[in-house]
Write a protein that binds this ligand. Structure first.
Ligand SMILES: [Zn+2]
Ligand SMILES: [Zn+2]
Length: 350
């Protein structure tokens, strides 16, 4: 049996381990992918650090990771639409196809959803067997180490358009949190015609990255009064749209306080604890529209993201700030946890 190198969470404790694992078998519904590039997501950091969420969800040993780009080397015998040699990335929500949500066009919130690299063997490996229904074909001109960042771009696209066809033309947007998703979301807002994107973070490195992606105004929430600054930028009216990408408890009340009456709030950030907000003044009297955002629409979001990329209106190249061979995974995770990075790419088998 041929072996491969993979990055595994071996036990219920912090850290990870490079192992030799068996190459997964390509099932009848799968494509077997030779993984060329992977990228580290916030979820992977939770797993690496072994926080309370990871301890409650992950069952070691597990090969983790879910963001990737690679090449199809085998196609399951019932699979249609994929061929050996296709370049692919992965949608990470593996849906059941049979539940109420799946059958009503909402498979991204499938009742039986499994997450790649969380509930199933992940992509931090030289090979992964991926359900073909979760494979997304990439244009071959698109470098693997950029294509791997499409999954967070999908989160950004889903949030910016509110999962639907929200019109951003001429609007002012607050972007709370400038990790890779918030950063690339700035470019998506500009491509969609937003007039002014106000990026908010406590980290100057991340704010400078957001500026490269089109943010018009930068606010450092650790030194500036966010609500006052946003109101000053909007003639006292407040922002038309509030996009929450940080999960920071303070961001929810600041975002709602600086939102105009009748404005829209779309929330992707995940706070680790319940958050207190004044429902009466921040939502009810304000007539605010609020939507939670989970994953990406399958596959409306992917088509939209792909056309934003091929139009050149959104570029992912500068989002990837660091590249490491997977053998240097410790350095890669430390860099990610330092807060001074955009997307970090790891190359398996190196
Ligand atoms: Zn991710
Ligand atoms: Zn389902």
């Amino acid at each position: 049996m041929a072996k491969m190198m993979a990055l595994q969470k071996p036990t219920a404790a912090a850290g990870a381990k490079l192992i030799e694992a068996e190459i997964p078998k390509c099932g009848p519904l799968d494509v077997l992918v030779s993984v060329k590039a992977t990228s580290i997501c916030g979820t992977d950091v939770h797993i690496y650090e072994w926080d309370a969420w990871a301890a409650g969800r992950i069952k070691p040993p597990l090969i983790f990771g879910h963001e990737m780009a690679g090449e199809v080397i085998e196609v399951g015998n019932t699979v249609k639409g994929f061929s050996v040699g296709d370049h692919v990335s992965a949608e990470t929500h593996i849906s059941c196809g049979a539940c109420f949500q799946c059958r009503t066009g909402n498979s991204h919130i499938c009742e039986q959803v499994k997450i790649l690299g969380v509930d199933t063997q992940g992509v931090f490996a030289e090979y992964v067997a991926l359900p073909a229904s979760n494979a997304w074909k990439n244009d071959k001109s698109f470098p693997h180490d950029v294509a791997t960042a499409q999954e967070p771009l999908g989160n950004a696209v889903h949030t910016v358009f509110d999962g639907d066809d929200a019109n951003l033309a001429g609007q002012t947007v607050t972007m709370f949190g400038c990790g890779p998703i918030g950063t690339v979301a700035c470019a998506v807002c500009k491509a969609a015609g937003a007039n002014k994107v106000i990026a908010i973070d406590i980290n100057d490195y991340k704010l400078s990255l957001a500026k490269k992606f089109g943010a018009d105004v930068l606010i450092n929430a650790s030194t500036q009064d966010v609500v006052k600054e946003v109101l000053a930028q909007t003639n006292g009216k407040g922002a038309d749209v509030f996009l929450e990408m940080s999960g920071a408890p303070s961001a929810f009340s600041q975002g709602l306080k600086s939102l105009r009456a009748g404005g829209r709030a779309s929330i992707l950030g995940i706070p680790s604890k319940p958050v207190e907000i004044n429902l009466a003044t921040e939502i009810v009297f304000k007539s605010a529209k609020i939507q939670g955002i989970n994953g990406r629409l399958m596959y409306k979001t992917w088509y939209r993201a792909a056309s934003l990329l091929s139009s050149g209106k959104v570029k992912l190249q500068e989002l990837v700030t660091h590249k490491f061979p997977m053998s240097e995974f410790e350095k890669a995770f430390e860099t990610m946890m330092s807060g001074k990075s955009g997307k970090i790419v790891m190359y398996p088998g190196k």
